[in-house]
Ligand binder design. Structure first.
Ligand code: COA
Length: 163
């Protein structure tokens, strides 16, 4: 299949009707996949940002972001394996940043071995600010805790909680 151009990526709100395709991508993307019930719970939260990326009318990726008090937590982002490195996750993250306040604090956990995702997050100003030892139960892997705040955008961790 010829890769579609980046211009063909549409980002819109994720809906319950998308969830069968979301779960199919999720199972291909992660060794410990979220269940359907976990996606339903996140979609039910009125303060969250849940986005779908659509390419040629097919769900190509999704992003789940929850709000906890003043902090936005990127809980899940995944792209169809056949459609990676075409800017789909970039489009999803860009939309999140358009939706939150410019001084917003965002955080996420990522597997230490997931160098591609870490590079992606760094390109948006996220910085590693800590480690949760053996966070992932399937293989005991550490999580890198990343933050994107006004301070990380200036090159420091001054306003990152817990540092
Ligand atoms: C991580 C993931 C969401 C990236 O999605 P994507 O749509 O392919 O990402 P993009 O095309 O927007 O990538 C943007 C940039 O991020 C970096 N990047 C993304 N994936 C990468 C990889 N596998 N290796 C190295 N760099 C990578 C590159 O700098 C890339 O720019 P380039 O393609 O011009 O070099 C996708 O690989 C995925 O679904 N992985 C499985 C699930 C996962 O690990 N999610 C993150 C959990 S924290």
């Amino acid at each position: 299949m010829t890769a579609p151009p980046a211009a063909a990526i549409e980002v819109r709100r994720l809906t319950y009707a998308d969830l069968p395709e979301v779960v199919a991508i999720e199972r291909r993307a992660f060794t410990s996949a979220w269940s359907l019930a976990m996606f339903v719970l996140e979609l039910s939260k009125p303060s969250g940002i849940c986005l779908a990326a659509v390419v040629e009318r097919e769900l190509a990726g999704y992003l789940i972001c929850s709000r906890y008090d003043t902090v936005w937590h990127i809980m899940n982002v995944a792209v169809d394996p056949e459609l990676r490195r075409r800017g789909i996750a970039t489009a999803l993250l860009s939309h999140v940043l358009e939706r939150v306040h410019q001084d917003a604090q965002l955080t996420l956990e990522v597997r230490r071995s997931n160098a591609g995702a870490i590079t992606l997050y760094e390109s948006f100003g996220f910085r590693s600010a800590g480690v949760r030892r053996r966070y992932y139960q399937d293989n005991g892997e550490d999580a890198i805790v990343m933050w994107r705040t006004p301070a990380t955008l200036r090159g420091t961790l001054d306003d990152v909680p817990g540092t």
